[in-house]
Design a protein around this ligand. Structure first.
Ligand SMILES: [Ca+2]
Ligand SMILES: [Ca+2]
Ligand SMILES: [Ca+2]
Length: 250
């Protein structure tokens, strides 16, 4: 699945919290810089892999590295580039099937919140199914060791993570897995939002951090089927210290 990073600029993001519009100018600037990529030669080292793909995942753009298989998943880098799978991760969509043995190697949307290679200011980018449009944060900060989204106890107001979905493609409920490292004072809620960023269903899963210990993983269904006008989700964390949601799956 080829992802043009310019397509990931989130209008939804700005609509979600228009009061913070000034900060999103930074997001747009970041994407504008990335937008220079198409001006490069399509395949500078002539190894059959587009420069855009090699730059996105950090392959060598000046040496023919098409035949290498650094993640040992049965696909060489050239085959990975043709599928837009991650050449450094054996199971790009984290469904238990390695890329070389997966009939749909990008069937899930995995978000490595805070993975510095895929951070674009407030947004995250990766290779995702077509129904997954964008992923971003409002407030809090990225943490790199381990990669995470972190909200300081001193931050005032609620911070949130959001994703934007293409509901023409995703009509069923969303199966979601989140990794959480909570604190005693944290409260994490999930809201469904329409295309204008307005909440159509709030707190649909209660406090996700309740009864959560460090390193806990929760799996649950998000009722998109009964909310057809939902275009995205936001998960708001009220002042706490840590939340690590690595995985959203359709
Ligand atoms: Ca490989
Ligand atoms: Ca791979
Ligand atoms: Ca897989």
């Amino acid at each position: 699945m080829k992802r043009n990073v310019n397509q990931l600029v989130s209008r939804f993001n700005r609509r979600l919290h228009p009061i913070k519009a000034a900060s999103y100018a930074v997001v747009l600037l970041g994407f504008a810089v990335i937008g220079a990529v198409p001006a490069w030669a399509a395949d500078a080292d002539g190894d059959g892999m587009d420069d855009e793909y090699e730059a996105f995942f950090g392959l060598n753009m000046t040496t023919n590295d098409a035949a290498l298989d650094p993640d040992g998943d049965g696909l060489d880098n050239l085959a990975e580039s043709q599928r837009w799978t991650d050449p450094f991760v054996a199971d790009t969509d984290r469904d238990g099937f390695r890329d070389g043995f997966d009939s749909n190697a990008v069937s899930r949307a995995w978000i490595g919140w805070g993975d510095s290679w895929f951070v674009r200011s407030n947004a995250m980018v990766y290779t995702w199914p077509a129904w997954m449009v964008s992923a971003f944060k409002n407030g809090g900060e990225w943490q790199t060791n381990p990669p995470a989204w972190h909200v300081s106890a001193t931050e005032t107001g609620a911070a949130s993570l959001g994703i934007e979905l293409d509901r023409a493609l995703l009509t069923n409920d969303l199966r979601m897995k989140m990794g959480l490292a909570g604190s005693d004072t944290a409260a994490l809620y999930l809201d469904l939002r329409d295309t204008n960023g307005f909440i159509v269903a709030s707190n649909v899963l209660d406090n996700l951090l309740s009864n959560t210990g460090t390193g806990a993983v929760k799996v649950f269904s998000v009722p998109l089927g009964s909310h057809p006008h939902t275009a995205g989700l936001s998960s708001a964390l009220h002042p706490a210290w840590n939340s690590i949601p690595p995985d959203w799956s359709g």
